[in-house]
Design a protein around this ligand. Sequence first.
Ligand code: NZQ
Ligand code: ZN
Length: 385
Amino acid sequence: MQNFNYYNPTQIIFGKDRLAELNDHVPANSKVLVLYGGGSVKKYGTLNKVTEALQGREIIEFGGIEPNPKYTTLMKAVEVAKEQNVDFLLAVGGGSVMDGTKFIALAAKYEGNCEELLEHGFNPVPAKSALPLGMVVTLPATGSEMNMGAVVSHNGSKLPVFSPLVFPKFSFLDPTLTFSLPVKQVANGVLDTFIHTVEQYVTFPAEGRFQDRTAEGILLTLIEIGNKTIENPTDYDARANLVWCATNALNGLIGSGVPQDWTTHMIGHELTALFGIDHGHTLAILQPSIWKVRKEQKHDKLLQYAERVWNITEGTDDERIDLAIDKTRAFFESLGLSTSLSSCGIKKESIDEIVNALEKNGRTALSESGDLTLDISRKILEDAL
Ligand code: NZQ
Ligand code: ZN
């Protein structure tokens, strides 16, 4: 097992009908900026519950944070936060609102040009302070509710922003707030959680036995409840398990002390930036092809995945791995997500554009060992057609 630091200060308040407790967690006397997206939280009553719980406090609302939140939109919220001297941010929404709120927290306190916050990739941004923030989660997928990362769209690219200053102080995870999600968004959430898990698991063996077993537990749970929670959106326990898996797939726990390979996400971000495909859906399209092309590098862990997750114990190594990839693809498709570029109208001619975008964003040495070049990305994209 590799050396690691593990730090996670976010308090989780999990379960139904707990929003009334919000007031106990927001610091006393703080002026709160409540941030939300395109209106689902208004439509389904979550915003009302939040403002009711915060009655008696000074609250300002900022709506309109779009999916794949844009720098320009977020900077409007930064202006409001500064003008109104708010001292606490409350995100009510999915990954886009949560990520946007993290960026706003940093930008509101940043003294330089805020575009600089987008230039640091996976390294922490050089910010000295941030506004404190909390979250009410309405979409289980990104894990943003318990991590220090965000993804912001700017000038046609999706750019990561990391800082330990933006770990939420608390996150409310009430599975019933997610019952109103459209089927496609639930499927996206299962996919995002699945891929976060395999990107920290299907790499090369590192004697991270606890991490491996925990990752396998998340994957098996998703396979058990994925279809159920799509078909029966109000089945509380199925949804509760998805919510808790999503949080734990990307809160630092399973990735500590083991290699990580974020190739699927990095290429996926280009597909979203260029063609507007939902984040979770890009991952379904790419993952089977990435494993096919990287079979050799991931041989041992793909075999382990085949055996422990899909119960494949017979055949040659190659046959087992191929069957595991087929079963994975079939699982994604059973959730209603297509697994090819062409199904989204993307043709061979667009591959150059995608590879150029990878190059522009410095995504030229991906994978657990940094050996995945643009040529290999091209192969993956050709396979995914
Ligand atoms: O905008 P509203 O009207 O709220 O509607 C949203 C949006 O259209 C809707 N929605 C959310 N909760 C709902 C609901 N509709 C009905 N009922 C509810 N309870 O769902 C749509 C998608 O929302 P969005 O927040 O964009 O989805 P998601 O949670 O999948 O977030 C995706 C964003 O997170 C980033 C992605 O890149 C993308 O920008 N990620 C963030 C990560 C992180 N911070 O660690 C990691 C991830 O890998 C990911 O990259
Ligand atoms: Zn993701």
